[in-house]
Design a protein around this ligand. Structure first.
Ligand SMILES: [Zn+2]
Ligand SMILES: [Zn+2]
Length: 169
């Protein structure tokens, strides 16, 4: 998801560019392909290019209860500054940005938003995804997916309030 910003870097502060995004990338690094769609707006600032993106995709998730995989729409919006590594006019190396984690524009003036897109979608991914709110999960005894029907295991009455009564028998 890279864009050549050499022209924009030569323009005056406040100059802008708009990009439509429709690209497929491996968002999670696990070999799955995610189609990312949306728009990015770029502004030339004195020291950088400010990138504002609004993107959406579908993320493949694994349900934390039944371990079934399912797709869920995800949206992100972000503002990030990308710092040039070379002076656009002289070609001289510029000092690295103050924050080590800042995004940079490479020496060929390519601004690549892929890493930012990955990080923001990762943050938008639920920690304990559920395929549906009332997912019944797996039977702890036989492992059957209880969304697909009951298993043959005896009903488990380990409610502690009943355990004492069971002892009396
Ligand atoms: Zn589930
Ligand atoms: Zn079972």
């Amino acid at each position: 998801m890279d864009m050549n910003v050499s022209q924009l870097l030569r323009e005056a502060i406040g100059a802008t560019r708009d990009y439509d995004i429709d690209e497929t990338i491996d968002l999670t690094g696990e070999g799955t392909q995610n189609r990312i769609k949306g728009a990015c707006h770029m502004v030339r600032t004195q020291r950088s290019i400010l990138v504002r993106c609004s993107l959406n995709t579908e993320i493949e998730l694994t349900c934390s209860r039944c371990v079934g995989s399912f797709k869920q729409p995800a949206k992100v919006k972000f503002n990030e500054e990308f710092f040039p590594t070379l002076d656009i006019d002289s070609g001289a190396a510029l000092p690295p940005p103050e924050e080590a984690s800042s995004f940079t524009i490479d020496e060929l003036h390519i601004l690549d938003i892929t890493e930012a897109v990955r990080q923001y979608f990762l943050l938008a991914t639920p920690m304990k995804p559920l395929c549906k709110k009332d997912c019944a999960g797996l039977c702890p005894t036989c492992g059957q997916n209880l969304n697909q029907g009951k298993c043959a295991c005896p009903a488990d009455n380990t409610d502690p309030r009943w355990a004492k009564l069971a002892d009396l028998k």
